[in-house]
Design a protein around this ligand. Sequence first.
Ligand code: ADP
Length: 235
Amino acid sequence: MEQNNSELHRQIIHFYRVTKHFGGVYALCDLSFDILKNDFVFITGPSGAGKSTLIKLLYLGERMSDGYAIVDGINLSRISRQQIPMLRRRIGVIFQDFKLIANRTVFQNVALVMEVAGFKSRSLIRERVGDLLELVGLSHQADAYPPTLSGGEKQRAAVARAMVGKPKIILADEPTASLDPAASERVLQLLRAAHARGATIIITTHDRDLLSRFDARAIYLEGGRRVDAAGGEAG
Ligand code: ADP
């Protein structure tokens, strides 16, 4: 694959012939793609296509079985267990089922990211978490516990948590699948705002309507392989 220097410089993710199997089940097969800094990209395809697995490989929730992948200059097959937190600090992740900690308040859920990243200043943490909760429209729910929130509010808390560490990359795995249209639109607006601030945004969705409403690039998967928009195998 020929790439000129300026393209390499702008690349933040490079996958080359990546395969992931779980025993005999191939979740991803020979997958190659590039994502540039500040791209806004959808990963799409039917259920079982390998979208979630791809997201997991990117934040090292799972290790790939074969191939070559670079994320923000880090070679995913070479990274040691000790270096994984360094990679994860550069990535914010949003899940369909939110994954908020039920017995911590919204404020504490978001603040935890900064604490884990080693921020010691309580006033800095308070300020930054406060700013993020304001951005996502949850200042009034800072002391609420996640089980008392609506789905849309939970997902906005999850977006605040994903953004608070100022990550270069935000991964969102079906972030709107369990939300109503108005709540979905609000979450997408927040992802657009993160994009406008310079982050690279990667969103998985099986929802073709969502894609049609965006003028964004899409990578199509089917049965773990990359296909073109019409369903044919992509080169
Ligand atoms: P999608 O997110 O597009 O619905 P997934 O990445 O969840 O697809 O799954 C892709 C394929 O890999 C499916 O066949 C799924 O059953 C399989 N798979 C995913 N995770 C595991 C796992 N931990 N163990 C076994 N098979 C898995």
